[in-house]
Design a protein around this ligand. Structure first.
Ligand SMILES: CC(=O)SCCNC(=O)CCNC(=O)[C@H](O)C(C)(C)COP(=O)(O)OP(=O)(O)OC[C@H]1O[C@@H](n2cnc3c(N)ncnc32)[C@H](O)[C@@H]1OP(=O)(O)O
Ligand SMILES: O=CC(=O)O
Ligand SMILES: [Mg+2]
Length: 535
């Protein structure tokens, strides 16, 4: 008995968790699980060095890769040539149909930031992907509303969970399987050939990488998986999210490791900001102002996106922009402001040379499309904009102290309220939520709780007077729980208490946990049943 499924088996789950699919997961796990553990150790050691004052640098050992002007990544695969608008969202049934019909060129089907990794969400997500590719996803909802896939659906790109997570409902030799391998492996097993038959391919977004060795691990996973299932080498395409400060120093190396499978890089701004706080939160010179002040035009974020476009285009790779977290509102005034913000964000990205960008909501597809149409016209991308004038050094990437703005009482309260409400939604099975007119997901919630931790470490002065203290944060938390509970039925109040506990554990402790998701997942989202399905 090597593999055991400990999660409940609902209707049709056996289609996804078939004996052959599970054997494939066992093969992936046996080959790669130990390397993942070693790379997570490397992450911990690096963070400890930063806590002692070291800073990242461009690696001397890989200078030759950066300097070599001759290598390029693979050419774009079918469906990935023109990526001017990409919509993201979790693969629940309704959103799957809505995203595929949204008019975006690409749909990022998200098992990461936008998905609460309940067992149900994970397996239903895989089922929905199979059904979408087979074009048997049409349904009528409880209100009699019909959802039917249109004639020109977006290209599907799947984002598996990051290397830090495990899937505790699938256990091999007594150990939970890395969640990245589960999400990648199940999709690849069931859908790679299906996608090829449909004229597309098995495409992925790779989240939260911290260095080029993690990209090498992914590349080896791809080689192994293609070989194992008889899919031609080089069929997979993957876009790596540059969403950690450490990966920003290794963009060339990441493209190089994955060059046979690379589809470019994406500027994942929210996790990037989170990563900066996480790695340098102990330093006084890295204290960031209110989240609302950390916009994409502040020096350290501008440096990173400029370097990303330059690096990608030099290697023939797409550069994809990030997520403006504002979403449409039913209030016309709020809506006009939101659309204006998204438009400005997408116009800046298009002018900077990005080849396309992300939106969080179908209502924003036309805004992004217009911004990129204005620059691209009939061209599918702007890979020819090489941006040779861009010179970004380590000092620019680390210029966090040049971020204008203030830490305010409203910013502190906002972070507490957003983290609390997001954790509450996540516990309820929603990995993305509209909170105070913004899209919030795992990455933005990480910023919220980490900023509170950072400000507490430094007893940061508030613009209105006074300082951030634990007593103040706890009193705000009590008030915000009361406000949330007032909107709640009595049964739901237990969830706000759990959400508050997650906040206390991940924002108020002496140590800053690397991710809120790892511990909260084990504690709250794991639902084993007995007897397990064993093989
Ligand atoms: C940091 C990062 O990683 S960013 C990427 C990860 N984050 C995401 O992907 C967030 C994606 N966005 C979302 O999940 C949603 O837009 C939310 C949760 C923020 C808001 O969703 P809602 O509250 O349902 O918004 P709203 O009521 O305006 O939705 C209107 C319709 O659009 C649909 N819709 C909204 N967002 C999306 C989306 N991203 N994909 C597909 N459909 C969507 C809704 O399902 C709804 O459909 P319906 O009319 O058939 O019922
Ligand atoms: O995944 C995207 C991000 O901004 O984080
Ligand atoms: Mg992210």
């Amino acid at each position: 008995m090597r593999v055991v499924v400990t999660g409940p088996m609902e209707d049709r789950f056996e289609e996804i968790l078939s004996p052959k699919a599970l054997d494939f997961l066992v093969a992936l796990d046996s080959e790669f699980a130990a390397r993942r553990v070693a790379l997570l150790d490397t992450r911990r050691a690096r963070r400890a060095r930063y806590a002692e004052g070291q800073l990242p640098e461009f690696l001397p050992g890989t200078a030759a890769i950066r300097a070599d002007p001759d290598w390029r990544v693979a050419p774009p695969a079918p469906g990935l040539l023109d990526r001017r608008v990409e919509i993201t969202g979790p693969p629940d049934r309704r959103m799957t149909v809505n995203a595929l019909n949204s008019g975006a060129r690409v749909w990022l089907a998200d098992f990461e930031d936008a998905l609460a990794p309940t067992w149900d969400n994970v397996v239903h997500g895989q089922l929905n992907l199979v059904d979408a590719i087979d074009r048997r996803i049409d349904f009528t909802d409880g209100r009699g509303r019909r959802y039917a896939l249109g004639d020109d659906p977006a290209t599907i790109v799947v984002r598996p969970r990051g290397w830090h997570l495990v899937e505790k409902h699938i256990v091999v030799d007594g150990r939970a399987v890395p969640a990245s391998l589960v999400d990648f492996g199940l999709y690849f097993f069931h859908c790679a050939q299906r996608q090829l038959d449909a004229g597309s391919g098995p495409y992925f977004y790779l989240p939260k990488l911290e260095d080029h060795r993690e990209a090498r691990l992914w590349n080896d996973v791809f080689g192994f998986a293609q070989n194992h299932l008889g899919i031609p080498q080089g069929t997979i395409r993957a876009t790596v999210l540059i969403e950690t400060i450490t990966a920003a120093f290794e963009m060339d190396e990441i493209l190089y490791e994955l060059r046979e499978h690379s589809a470019g890089l994406n500027a994942g701004r929210w996790d990037y900001i989170f990563s900066v706080i996480k790695n340098f939160g102990q330093r006084n010179d890295f204290v960031l102002p209110d989240r609302g002040d950390v916009t994409m035009t502040v020096p350290f974020l501008r440096a990173y996106t400029e370097l990303l476009v330059r690096t990608c285009h030099r290697r023939g790779a797409h550069a994809i922009g990030g997520m403006a977290a504002v979403i449409p509102s039913r209030d016309p005034k709020v809506n006009a402001a939101a659309i204006g913000k998204v438009r400005a964000d997408k116009e800046r990205e298009a002018a900077d040379g990005f080849d396309g960008s992300w939106v969080a909501h179908p209502g924003l597809v036309p805004v992004c499309r217009d911004a990129f149409d204005a620059v691209l016209g009939d061209r599918p991308h702007q890979l020819d904009r090489l941006r040779p004038e861009v010179t970004v050094g380590a000092d620019d990437l680390l210029a966090v102290d040049r971020t204008p703005g203030r830490v305010t009482g409203a910013g502190l309260r906002g972070n507490v309220a957003v983290a609390l409400r997001y954790f509450d939604a996540w516990l309820g099975g929603s990995g993305a939520a509209a909170i105070f007119d913004l899209m919030e997901d795992a990455a933005t919630a990480e910023i919220a709780r980490c900023q509170v931790w950072q400000w507490l470490q430094h007893a940061t002065p508030l613009a209105e007077g006074g300082r951030v203290t634990e007593e103040l944060v706890r009193s705000i938390l009590v008030e915000e729980v009361a406000t949330l509970n007032a909107e709640r039925s009595v049964e739901e109040r237990d969830r706000s208490t759990q959400a508050a506990e997650i906040f206390v554990r991940t924002a108020l402790g002496e140590e800053l946990p690397a991710f809120f998701t790892t511990e909260a997942y084990a504690r709250h989202l794991v639902t084993p049943v007995a007897p397990p399905l064993a093989r």
